[in-house]
Design a protein around this ligand. Structure first.
Ligand SMILES: [Zn+2]
Length: 106
């Protein structure tokens, strides 16, 4: 029995990886926009009704956006990606205390 120990304080690392994943989803959404625009154009050219696809895409955006914006920093408890009213999906550190979510990656 070497050091089986008490539980490590893994709570912080855990929520940081949750934060990282929610940001990844939002970024994927951003990055796939050209694909979406291309698909919509193709559908339009074939005379399809794209209203449903537009709404679906907006819902996906809203869900991922809200999902990211409600994430709380495990260090300071503030909204990780939100400074004032603006969601910043390109940041890799807390908008309030500067905690980086890369700090748990090793
Ligand atoms: Zn913070």
């Amino acid at each position: 029995m070497s050091h089986s120990s008490q539980k490590e304080p893994s709570g912080q690392g855990n929520s940081l990886s949750v934060i990282r994943r929610s940001r990844m989803r939002l970024l994927v959404c951003f990055l796939t926009f050209p694909v979406y625009a291309w698909a919509i154009t193709a559908l339009l050219n074939q005379g399809n009704d794209i209203t449903l696809y537009m709404i679906l895409y907006m819902i996906i955006y809203a869900v991922f956006g809200i999902n990211a914006s409600v994430k709380r920093c495990p260090s300071c408890g503030e909204q990780f990606f939100v400074r004032k009213y603006f969601l910043n999906p390109f940041t890799s550190s807390c908008q309030h205390c500067g905690l980086s979510y890369h700090s748990e990656s090793q």
